[in-house]
Ligand binder design. Structure first.
Ligand code: ADQ
Length: 506
């Protein structure tokens, strides 16, 4: 069983003499001014809602490394030193945050444009058309070069291990390796990789894939995504693809391509869910939502078109039509935090979800009961945990999702070993959580039936399924994800590049 200490030991033994540099677009801590006008003086530091940052922070703490990220807060510049660095977390500094500054146009084109209007829909295949804009691509290249400069400065010519996150930085590995071939570079792609036919339309594919193949190790959540990637390389590049060993060889360099299903800090989550504070929060939710003895279902997501929120609400509507005995007895709480609102599809989705929830509520409203409570807000993790505990069932109905951490969080919160998870077959998590009620989210009839099954499932079966899912998340925890990833890299270096390894890992 991997744990925080096990991972820290591995890092201590193998990476002791190495700088550990992690790169992501989103920063783990953001500084904002609070107050208005002349009172706008106080600086507040907070952690944004993101599966990625929640998952990676324990790793950074364990190795006291440097996290390079876009400085996006309005007070971010006010707290950094002359090298754009700040120690975090503020209450107990344990690693360095190096901020990279982007202007409005770069943010618009590299982040909202190429990353989130092109690569995001392209990789997800959720039937939202990607935007291929040459100016966005130019900006993506520019920003990858900015990050390369920052990483090279942080490495300072010393032995370093660079761990890059996600689809914002496909070109970064090549830029780093060209500047310093001794850097050990790994990248994890947190979203799916599509089949080669879908990727074929991407206008700058050779350059993008060339950047990715500069990595020593490339990770996806699932084997399927690795296979899609290998096939894409095979069809696009002059390279030797080894489907047995999951490797690509090109120009004398080998890149390992491996699945590492991401997870959460189960032990931490489980301990927090057992506290008295969670009980208090459960009570606070009941009061806030005006709940008495209703049955409760929940959905918790970023307001993103890949998460299948409308499909889920329509399934609920269908369920109420087919099962009138649950009218006035069931309340579905949908927490949906708006994201990427500058992109028109996202603001349109917010409107669509709001209107759909209202129309379903108008249709069924009786006395003081409405079936859907829509909360469009960010909710802190400890409050989400209490909401998990209140719910008879949780629906994760992603149309496509690399993993989906909400599913794992729901399971980890259920220290009472009760509750039913309804989980999309198109979320990576469904490969591990096979004791969920797995549904095709495009089939609203099937989801409606799963809601009925969840509500009518005998307690013994609910407990048996939940116990099994909890055991899976406990074992496949975030430390295992990081530990397996580092171990694969170490093993690979030892067998394939004996010389480099001795120099690199001692
Ligand atoms: P996301 O698409 O962001 O992550 P997900 O894995 O579900 O999706 O993580 C979302 C995180 O945000 C969870 O920790 C959740 O609790 C939190 N969250 C959601 N709604 C919230 C709200 N209203 N208020 C506060 N917090 C909220 C990407 C990929 C996923 C992959 C992760 C990690 O798209 O497939 O699982 O990275 O690799």
């Amino acid at each position: 069983m991997w744990s925080k200490t096990g991972l820290a030991d591995l890092i201590g033994a193998k990476l002791r003499d190495y700088r550990f540099i992690l790169v992501s677009n989103r920063e783990p801590y953001i500084h904002h001014y609070t107050g208005k006008g002349i009172k706008r003086r106080q600086i507040h530091c907070f952690q944004p809602a993101s599966g990625l940052t929640i998952a990676l922070e324990p790793l950074l703490r364990a190795c006291q490394g440097t996290w390079v990220a876009h400085g996006s807060g309005d007070a971010d510049r006010a707290v950094v030193d002359a090298h754009d660095r700040v120690a975090v977390p503020p209450e107990n500094p344990s690693f360095t945050l190096r901020r990279v500054w982007l202007d409005d146009q770069q943010e618009q084109r590299y982040y909202y444009g190429l990353s989130n209007q092109c690569l995001w829909p392209l990789c997800h295949i959720a039937f939202t058309r990607p935007v291929f804009n040459p100016e966005d691509w130019q900006s993506y290249r520019e920003v990858n070069a900015l990050f390369a400069r920052a990483v090279l400065e942080e490495a300072d010519g010393k032995p370093a291990f660079v761990f890059i996150q996600d689809y914002h930085f496909a070109l970064l590995p090549r830029l780093l390796k060209d500047a310093n071939p001794n850097l050990i570079v790994a990248q994890f792609w947190h979203i799916p990789w599509p089949n080669p036919e879908v990727f074929r339309g991407f206008p700058w594919k050779e350059e993008l894939l060339d950047g990715m193949l500069a990595n020593d190790l490339f990770g996806f959540h699932l084997r399927l995504h690795c296979q899609n990637f290998l096939e894409t390389i095979d069809r696009t590049m002059e390279a030797k693809v080894d489907y047995e060993r999951f490797e690509v060889r090109r120009g004398g360099k080998t890149t390992l391509v491996r699945p590492f299903p991401i997870s959460i800090d189960f032990a931490d989550h489980d301990a927090a869910a057992r506290t008295y504070k969670t009980k208090e929060e459960m009570y606070a939710w009941r009061k806030q939502l005006g709940l008495t003895d209703e049955l409760v279902g929940i959905g918790i997501d970023r307001l993103d078109y890949t998460k299948g929120i409308c499909e889920r609400l329509r399934a609920l509507d269908r369920f109420l039509t087919q099962n009138p005995e649950y009218q006035r007895r069931l309340v579905f709480v949908q927490v949906a935090v708006p994201t990427r609102s500058r992109i028109s599809q996202y603001s349109a989705l917010e409107q669509e979800v709001t209107e759909l929830a209202s129309s379903i509520n108008r249709k069924w409203a009786a006395r003081r009961w409405e079936p859907i409570i829509l909360l469009k807000q960010h909710v802190p993790q400890d409050r989400l945990m209490a909401l998990h505990r209140l719910a008879e069932f949780c629906i994760v109905s992603s149309l496509h999702d690399g993993m989906n951490l909400v599913a794992k969080e729901y399971v980890a919160s259920r220290v009472d070993e009760d509750g039913v998870l309804i989980l999309s077959d198109f979320a990576g998590a469904s490969r591990e959580l096979t004791d969920a009620l797995v549904v095709n989210p495009f089939n609203e009839e099937e989801t409606a039936q799963a809601i009925r099954q969840a509500l009518q499932m005998p307690e013994e079966e609910r407990r048996r399924r939940m116990r099994k899912m909890r055991a899976v998340v406990e074992e496949n925890n975030i430390y295992r994800w990081a530990g397996k990833l580092l171990s694969a890299l170490l093993k690979f270096e030892f067998t394939a590049h004996e010389q480099t390894t001795t120099a690199a890992f001692g």
